[in-house]
Ligand binder design. Structure first.
Ligand code: 13P
Ligand code: SF4
Length: 358
């Protein structure tokens, strides 16, 4: 159940206006010629070698960046595995193609390394919708609750938490906590929070009122229609999607779990409710299968993101090249803050390690 007080209700309204205004200023993704892309890729590969740097890209970034990460000995992954990879690489510099919270996570876990990003403007509506000061007040008002925050948050919010989790591990961690009889504050994604609460049956779970502007656009009626058009297809959905979408999905999981499901399930056609960037890896892993994007706004309608995260789209070959060339867009996190935020992040990585081991 979502419990909010009146002050927070009005604060959320302000956050939502801020997110919308920010979004209106985000430029559209731009195309690039094949020749220019190859030229930039070659330059970036040379710079990565020269700087002892490695490129880590999220599945939602442009296919050109994902292929470059793979070709240059880097890594393409979900936010959990991006964090784990950062702690395992011997490279001195990690270049994170994704959104700011991913760069900050890399810095918190590797304070001695240089973390660069193609842009520092790439944020996330979940991060924007959970300001550290009001979140901290909310936690103070419920001191008997374990504070579990999604990785899509600022370093300050992470530092106020007991656990940081990603979508790949959120369910397992909350299950673990509720089995110990602990009450949980969950922030900031309400859809993922509601899904976790439904799956775990967690009582006394307080859920922050944030949402992902990309996944919120998936529409149930249009999806039902699509299901009739492709009756043999399975629907795969990311848990940041609204509950009505998750209820009709055949599989709900993080980006990596969605890709795995597409490879392992018997169906040959999939309707996918998450950012379209994931299709690069899905097609690579299961080339014989067909992938269809879940509808975002119904026939003839316009949408603001059309299942493409506008902030992920700010990662381009040009911005990546500039950042490496000029050593610009370095992620800096205050040392004390790093130390505080490291604890709940490390708790997640240790939990993951214990799952792998046991
Ligand atoms: P994953 O952790 O599944 O990669 O998701 C990150 C994200 O931002 C989804 O919108
Ligand atoms: Fe944030 Fe949604 Fe973009 Fe993921 S897709 S980075 S949750 S706005």
């Amino acid at each position: 159940m979502t419990i909010l007080n009146k002050n927070l209700e009005s604060e959320f309204a302000a956050e939502r206006t801020f997110v919308k205004e920010f979004l209106d200023k985000v430029p559209a993704r731009n195309a690039i010629s094949k020749e220019k892309a190859e030229d930039l890729k070659a330059r970036i590969k040379a710079l990565l070698l020269e700087r002892n740097a490695v490129l880590v890209a999220h599945y939602y970034t442009d296919a050109l960046l994902q292929s470059l990460a793979e070709e240059s000995g880097g890594f393409v992954a979900d936010s959990l595995e991006m964090a784990r990879f950062g702690t395992q690489t011997s490279a001195e510099t990690i270049v994170v193609a994704g959104v700011k919270f991913m760069g900050e996570t890399a810095k918190i876990l590797n304070p001695e390394k240089t973390i660069l990003m193609p842009t520092l403007e790439a944020t996330c509506s979940l991060d924007l919708g959970c300001p550290a000061d009001s979140f901290s007040l909310f936690c103070d008002a419920h001191p008997d609750h374990e504070v579990v925050v999604y990785a899509n948050t600022s370093a300050e919010v992470k530092a106020r938490s007991d656990w940081v989790v990603t979508s790949a591990i959120a369910l397992d961690v909350v299950e673990h906590l509720t089995s110990q009889g602990k009450a949980v504050i969950w922030a900031p994604d309400k859809h993922l929070g509601n899904y976790i609460q439904k799956e775990t049956g967690a009582e006394n779970m307080l859920i922050w009122d944030g949402a992902c502007i990309v996944h919120e656009e998936f529409k149930t009626q249009a999806l039902e229609k699509m299901r009739h058009l492709y009756p043999q297809a399975a629907i795969l959905a990311h848990p940041e999607s609204p509950m009505a979408i998750l209820e009709i999905a055949d599989f709900v999981g993080s980006t990596t779990q969605i890709i795995k499901a597409a490879c392992e399930r018997p169906e040959s056609t999939f309707i996918v409710a998450t950012d379209a960037g994931i299709f690069y890896k899905m097609k690579q892993m299961a080339p014989e299968k067909e992938f269809i994007l879940a509808p975002t706004a119904g026939e003839g309608a316009t949408c603001r993101s059309c299942a493409q995260c506008p902030w992920m789209g700010m990662n381009t070959l040009e911005t990546l090249h500039n950042s490496l060339l000029n050593n610009s867009n370095e992620i800096l996190v205050d040392r004390m803050l790093c130390e505080k935020a490291m604890l709940p992040l490390q708790r997640m990585l240790d939990f993951r390690q214990s799952q792998i081991a046991g």
